[in-house]
Every structure is written in C-alpha cells, then in structure tokens.
Design a protein around this ligand. Structure first.
Ligand SMILES: CC(C)(COP(=O)(O)OP(=O)(O)OC[C@H]1O[C@@H](n2cnc3c(N)ncnc32)[C@H](O)[C@@H]1OP(=O)(O)O)[C@@H](O)C(=O)NCCC(=O)NCCS
Length: 462
C-alpha cells in the first residue's frame, strides 16, 4: 500500500485529498489497486460501528513501532471502528527502576510493587501516554496521519483492587481490575474519541495500583461487550509443537492447549486473557505480532490473518441466508456474472428469494453462497449460484456448500439435484454428478433453458 501513497496529498494545497493511486500509474498497478480496495470493502462494511479493544506491551514502544501502530489505528478509526487502546509499560518500568537503582521483585511471575516501584510505574506510564498522545496528534501533510484529527480521552476508567497476600507474600501495590466504567468509555467512543488506558487503576480509597495491560484490555473488552480484543505482542501468536502458527483456535481448544502447560510463559499469559475475554462474551480475541509492519491491518482485512484468533464459536459458520445477507451475496456473485461464469440474476429476485440461499460466513464476512430451487412435483432441485470467494477457494468450502444443499434437498423429499454449468463440469463430476440432457430437466426449467449459453446439465442422485 505504501507504494500507492500519493506524496501530492498536501493539506496546504488541497482541502480534499487526491486519490491514493495516480492515474499515470501502470495500468496493471491500477487494476491491482482497485482489486485490493474492493477486496477490503466487505470488511470495512462489516466493521463499521464495531468496538475493538487493542492492547500492546511497552515492548512495542521500545521496538520503535508506536508511530506505525498509531497510523494504522487512525485508519481503523476513520473507517468507523471505535477503538480503545491499552498500553503496557513493563520494559519502561524496568528502565525507571534501573535509573533509581532499584531492583524488581517478583513472586510466581507477578511483580511486587512497593512504593518506589509504584513511582517508577507511574513515571513510565505517564511517559508512554504522552508519547502515544503526541503520535496521535500528528497531522503532517504527506503522511498517513494527514487530516486524521483524532482526539484522545484518558481517565480514571478502571477501578482496581490489590492482589493482596498470596502464599504469604504481600504484593503491595500490584493490583487486578475490579471494575471498568464501561458507560463513561462508551460515551467517549460515541463522541468519536479514541480512549487510551494506561496500566494503572485506582481503588475507592484513592490508592493507585500497578495493573497488567492484558488484564485491563480483557476486562475492558468484556465490560464494553467489544466485538474484538486484539493483543499486539512480542510473540508471533500461538504455535504448535512443529512450530506452525495456529491461525484459529476455538475457545475449548485454546483452553485445552493452555492446560498442556507446554506454551511459552508470555504466550500463555496472553492466551489466558484472550480466553477469559471470549468466555466473557467477546466474540474474537487476536494475538498478533508487532514485528510485522501493519500486522493489525493484515489480521483484520485478510481471510487468513497473520496471528492467532481465538473465538468462542466455530469461526466459519455455514447457515441459511437472511435478508441481511443480500448485499454480501451480490458482492460474491457479481464478478462471476460479469465474466459469464454465472447467469446474471435480478437483484430484486435475490432479495425475494434469499431464503433459498445458504451462506458461509467468516468473522462477519460472507465467503460463499449457494441456492436451492426445488421442483417439488418432479422431486428434483436446482443448485444455483454456487460461489466461493477466490481467496477462500480450495479449502473445502465448495464441498461443504454442496453438502448443505444436498441436506436441504433431502429434507424437502427431493431425490435428485441438478446444476447447469459452463465452466465447472469437472468439479461436479468429481462429486457424483453425471452428465444429462436438457430433456432431463423439470418441464418449467426446460422452458427457461438458454440455448445460446449451452450450459451442460449435470444431475446427482441423492
Ligand atoms: C467451484 C467452486 C465453488 C469450488 O469452491 P472451493 O471452495 O474451491 O471448492 P473445494 O475446496 O471444495 O474444492 C477445491 C477443488 O476443486 C477444484 N476446482 C476448483 N474450480 C474448479 C473448476 N472450475 N473445475 C474443476 N475443478 C475445480 C480445485 O482445483 C480443487 O481441487 P483439489 O481438491 O484437487 O485441489 C469455486 O471454485 C468457485 O466459486 N468457482 C467460481 C464459480 C463457479 O464456477 N461456480 C459453479 C457455477 S455452476
């Protein structure tokens, strides 16, 4: 995307930004640019007005990734996503303690925050917060932050309580989240503000407590009933024994994996809070690496993403379509109608007949559809509009849609299904269809057969 950035987009010389791709560019580049933007469109529609809580450690700041993260977050906000940012500060607290010649004390991996350590934590959090606010306030022309104008709200949104004495060890000012003031955060989000939370909380007695970013982010996501919790971490995500990244984990599988005790400590910690958020009603929690530039954009706007996503339900759901799916169905089949693979269907007809469709949805976006038109008298059904989005093809979704249509047909007492195809003959032959002729079609369908298109008729016995 960076290569398409238009250096001429200058706030001083033009009040309305120019398009990001120059019309002088190579036509192939332009076509790719348009394809890319269109591919992102379903996600933009799906994510508008959704609430995402994004938590990141102080390690991201130390690695010099703050500016790019803020730019990506500004872009998400401009797309209508409501964002709560939660920052950590572990390395910065360490640094502050080193400067004061203090040494950190831990018990069972948890910091013991005495009074001087609390001062270090306050100092570190204050410094990072100012850095984040400064980064968010940028608006230089010719940068992705031009025209961003984001206003940030921080405050005493988190009520804390002390961890207390565990195994005889008093953790002093180390705390855990007791409550999040979701109403106030929601109000700020509704007013178009970006909410920024630091890893500190306050008790009703006025004491400050040192909290973990992971705890605040998960608790805030649960309290807000956020749509996503995203941890941007120093790890690549969750990997299995062979070192392969686990892209999707159902909550139960993630819980079982944690119980094996084989995960690295930091991954276990993120995953623990991700699971807690999912159990608390957050539909998806993501662990993505900050080492990859733009990882949050890749995770959100591509089918496979870049890290690990934990979900409390089976992520890819195959279900019957509803009226809300009409736009998604049209978007799926339009390119295939344009290239002649599918016959063009009247949009009103799709709207009227949407209950004939089954769809596959992945994280709120449709990736596949198919329709069944029964001819009850002849006990045969037409399978139509079978489509899987190009980026999701080859992973069995086509087959799952076919199976669903077979189930639906059987449930209606049909004993055969047919399909008319010009380009996908072999896919159907491999799945039990046999060649037939136009004469084998039910009478009403035969009359509508388009002799110019010369589609093949394939029939499958159920
Ligand atoms: C046909 C289609 C629905 C299959 O979806 P899918 O999710 O990729 O299907 P699956 O993952 O279940 O199957 C993939 C297999 O089908 C094969 N395949 C895909 N398109 C094919 C075609 N036009 N002809 C023959 N085989 C095809 C793939 O090569 C792959 O083979 P493999 O398993 O041996 O590697 C999808 O390719 C599509 O949407 N195509 C465009 C629309 C279309 O032609 N629809 C049918 C209109 S009648």
């Amino acid at each position: 995307m960076a290569s398409h950035y238009n250096p001429r987009m200058n706030a001083e010389t033009s009040s309305s930004p120019r398009p990001v791709a120059s019309s002088q560019a190579d036509p192939v580049d332009l076509a790719q640019f348009v394809d890319w933007l269109r591919a992102v469109a379903p996600y933009i529609h799906a994510f508008r007005n959704k609430t995402f809580v994004v938590g990141f450690g102080g390690e991201l700041v130390s690695a010099g990734r703050l500016n790019t993260l803020v730019q990506d977050v500004a872009l998400l906000q401009a797309m209508g996503i409501q964002i709560v940012l939660v920052h950590g500060s572990r390395p910065q607290v360490e640094e502050q303690m080193r400067l004061r010649n203090l040494s950190s004390q831990f018990a069972r991996g948890l910091r013991i925050t005495d009074a001087p350590a609390l001062e270090s934590a306050k100092e570190a959090a204050g410094e990072i917060r100012l850095d984040i606010e400064a980064a968010i306030s940028q608006g230089l022309p010719n940068t992705p932050m031009a025209h961003a104008r984001i206003s940030v709200v921080s405050g005493n949104f988190v009520v804390a309580r002390p961890v207390g004495i565990v195994d005889g060890v008093d953790h002093l000012h180390t705390g855990v989240v007791r409550k999040v003031d979701a109403d106030s955060i929601r109000l700020s989000l509704a007013n178009g503000k970006l909410v920024l939370l630091s890893p500190l909380g306050f008790s009703p007695t006025g004491e400050a407590f040192n909290l973990s970013m992971e705890d605040i982010a998960a608790s805030t996501a649960i309290a807000l009933r956020a749509d996503k919790l995203i941890y941007i971490t120093e790890t690549p995500g969750v990997v299995d024994g062979d070192g392969s990244l686990l892209r999707e984990l159902a909550l139960d599988d993630a819980t079982r994996l944690r119980e094996t005790g084989t995960l690295p400590e930091e991954v276990e910690f993120y995953l623990r809070h991700a699971c807690r958020a999912c159990r608390g009603g957050v539909p998806r929690a993501h662990l993505i690496p900050f080492a990859l530039d733009g990882s949050i954009l890749i995770e959100l706007f591509t089918h496979d993403g870049v890290g690990t996503m934990v979900s409390y339900e089976n992520l890819e759901s195959l279900r019957e379509a509803t009226a809300d799916d009409v736009a998604g169905i049209v978007q799926l089949i339009e390119p295939l109608e344009a290239d002649g693979t599918l016959v063009r269907r009247d949009r009103h007809q799709i709207e009227r007949e949407v209950d004939h469709f089954s769809v596959i949805e992945h994280d709120g976006v449709l990736f596949g559809c198919v329709a069944l038109y029964p001819y009850q008298r002849e006990r045969i059904g037409e399978m139509a509009c079978l489509t899987v989005a190009p980026e999701a093809q080859g992973s069995g979704d086509g087959e799952r849609l076919l199976k669903r249509i077979e189930q639906r047909a059987r449930a209606r007492g049909l004993n055969r299904i047919f399909v008319l195809t010009t380009r996908t003959e072999h896919w159907f032959l491999k799945r039990g269809f046999v060649k037939a002729s136009v004469d084998d079609l039910p009478e009403d369908r035969r009359r509508l057969y388009n002799w110019q298109r010369k589609s093949l008729v394939l029939i499958k016995q159920l």
